[in-house]
Design a binder for this molecule. Structure first.
Ligand SMILES: Nc1ncnc2c1ncn2[C@@H]1O[C@H](COP(=O)(O)OP(=O)(O)O)[C@@H](O)[C@H]1O
Ligand SMILES: [Mg+2]
Length: 366
């Protein structure tokens, strides 16, 4: 039975008590109420158990994976990461398991894979849900027997790797649709850590903003400060790209803002993305100094409703945009426009850096 650990608060909590410091400003976050989870993560780090990290793109899955590695007895060995969505099947197989000379066109020499390189260390398999079925079987075999052979080779190679897998995909649905092997799912899902999206842990936002502000001010030789009312805008924003998006937004403000324009810069950076649905609560908490017209509220509410509908349809058709456009009865081009306008995070963006709002806007203009 999988043990589920739902992380509802600071990712950093479990790093601090082990006396470890991570560069990601994690030392700033600590709270007594996280003690049980801290202890649990400490226990996870001390073992060789496979861990499955779940959560939206940009929530900090890789940060957690590195933290587990650093807190583990394997800390002095390699931490390696492979993004299963970034490579086609054959290349991914060679990346993971290596290949022998002549295994395929272009294999001029023998090359060890990440399972060999990470021996006695930790291997993070990012976007595990995208791994092709054939490789899922090979992965299961390594996990069970600790051995594999390189592509095009017969020799059995033993390896002792601590595996951490991460995904933002609904693996249970993938499993029911026979896209993800059930046996592998249970093998990976020994300890599951769910990292909530940033919008569900907004209390972290001011600390994170300060952290990135310090970092980018020093990196770019600037002295930008974020006034309290602007910080409110950050705290209330929806953050579909989570901490990665926040990091990019602060970077943008630091690079482009001046003391006098920082307010406008924040509005320009965040204003184009989606905001949470307009509720009575959010209307009544509107800053009295801020002008907001009824028309704007109506427009925002319509956009929020549209956003939810479009996202649902796209998810249902696995982001097949042509199909989604037909279902929504809008043109393909209009759908692409809406995806950008609503700030929906596309599967392509999930695989890499979420483009900054400015570049989203350029897509709209073209
Ligand atoms: N708790 C945190 N404190 C500071 N930075 C963080 C934190 N969590 C994530 N980040 C930063 O946010 C970005 C996305 O984190 P990452 O671990 O790559 O997310 P994911 O793997 O879930 O997509 C990275 O630049 C990372 O350094
Ligand atoms: Mg990642």
């Amino acid at each position: 039975m999988a043990l589920s650990v739902h992380l509802r608060s600071y990712v950093c909590e479990f790093i601090i008590p082990r006396g470890l410091y991570m560069s990601e400003g994690l030392g700033l976050c600590s709270s007594a109420k996280m003690q049980p989870i801290r202890e649990l993560i400490g226990k996870v780090a001390a073992t060789n158990t496979t861990v499955l990290l779940r959560g939206e793109s940009g929530v900090g899955k890789e940060v957690v994976a590195r933290a587990i590695h650093k807190a583990s007895p394997r800390a002095h060995r390699q931490f390696l990461k492979v993004n299963c969505a970034a490579l086609p099947g054959e290349l991914l197989e060679s990346e993971l398991f290596g290949h022998e000379k002549g295994a395929f066109t272009g294999a001029y020499r023998q090359k060890p894979g990440k399972f060999e390189a990470a021996d006695q260390g930790t291997l993070l398999l990012d976007e595990i849900g995208e791994m092709p079925q054939r490789l899922q079987a090979k992965l299961l075999h390594v996990l069970q027997d600790g051995e594999f052979s390189r592509v095009g080779g017969e020799k059995i190679i033993g390896t002792d790797v601590r595996l951490i897998a991460s995904t933002n995909r609904d693996l249970e649905t993938a499993m029911r649709a026979h896209q993800f092997r059930e046996d592998l799912y249970y093998r990976l899902n020994v300890i599951e850590i769910r990292i909530p999206p940033l919008r569900e842990r907004r209390e972290e936002i001011p600390v994170l903003v300060d952290h990135f502000l310090t970092r980018f001010n020093s990196q770019y030789g600037r002295k930008i400060e974020i006034p309290a009312d602007s910080m409110r805008v950050f705290v209330e924003y929806h953050w579909p790209g989570n901490i990665r998006e926040l990091e990019n937004a602060v970077k943008r403000v630091v690079v482009l803002g001046t003391h006098r324009t920082v307010h406008q810069e924040i509005a320009a950076t965040l204003g184009r993305g989606p905001r949470p649905a307009v509720t009575t609560a959010s209307v009544t908490t509107i800053n009295p100094d801020q002008m907001i017209s009824l028309k704007d509220i109506a427009r925002q509410a319509a956009r929020d409703a549209e956003r939810v509908a479009i996202k649902e349809v796209l998810d249902r058709v696995h982001w097949n945009r042509a199909k989604a456009a037909r279902l929504l009865q809008i043109s393909y081009k209009a759908l692409l426009y809406k995806i950008v306008q609503c700030g929906l995070v596309t599967p392509e963006e999930k695989q890499g850096v979420v483009p900054e709002p400015a570049s989203r806007n350029e897509v709209v203009a073209s």
